[in-house]
Design a protein around this ligand. Sequence first.
Ligand code: ATP
Length: 304
Amino acid sequence: MTTGPRSAPATPGAPDTPGAPDTPDTPDAPAAGLDVEALTVHAGARRLVHDLHLTVAPGEVVGLVGPNGSGKSTLLRTVYRALRPTAGRIVLDGRDTARLPARTLARTMAAVVQEPGGDFDLTVREVVAMGRTPHKRLLDAEGAEDVRLVAQALARVGARDLADRPYGRLSGGERQRVLIARALAQRPALLVLDEPTNHLDVRHQLDVLGLLRELPVTALVALHDLNLAGYFCDRLYVLRRGALVAAGPPAEVVTPGLLAEVYGVAAVVAEHPETGAPQVTYLPGRPVDAAGGLGSGAQLPDQR
Ligand SMILES: Nc1ncnc2c1ncn2[C@@H]1O[C@H](COP(=O)(O)OP(=O)(O)OP(=O)(O)O)[C@@H](O)[C@H]1O
């Protein structure tokens, strides 16, 4: 068993927690499939990522892991079209995203990224309501359905009580949950998340990732915590210096050999007796033995 529960709520029955929306659920958009094909991205003369191939099937939760500076954010930013590929393409449900109108893209895909400030004068409810913008025409007033979806999104991340607070005065973790609520209000078929557990305490980390598993959405998520990635993701892709070096189910990818080779750290990895997910215990100060290489199951099956 390598994945978390797809259907069980993160905290069954508890009020104002993910999985316990305070308004009736509206069916989400059908999950989308994503293909990253031969993607290379430069910034000026500098090559940031090189010849990446990656697939996320509809409904899958796929994790992107790798050391600092390995290219995770660059890949995600290119997927949500904040960066333009130098070569290759991003394909969403069979359609090249470079050819999609911005509005169509915004209705299909939502991104949760580390944002430097912004929106400081707005209330939390107003920030989350921005997620409805792609679904409305210019100057359209907020409808009852928008109000309901915003309330539902806030409840799903356990942030109902923040609704009237100024966004700019929230803590880092509270802001992160509000940005996730904004993405949920968008009702996307694909969610792209860059370290969504950043700033979150352990309970909210588990809630947010549990929510990803529970929603009928496709998700591509960059994570640093390999234990969380191993539990919540269906598959992992590993980046190093702008290239993909391993891919597969977490139990095949998260190995002592990979940790030695990609991160330069010594660790033991055991299958957790209750969850079945790989459990990493780091061994600080121990010599790193990269002899195991990237592990037998960690090849790149998608690499063409
Ligand atoms: N606009 C840019 N110009 C030049 N170099 C850039 C630019 N954007 C990113 N880089 C470099 O590209 C590399 C990949 O950066 P990226 O942010 O994608 O890494 P990351 O895997 O998300 O890292 P982290 O885990 O630290 O968030 C880094 O070396 C970074 O310094």
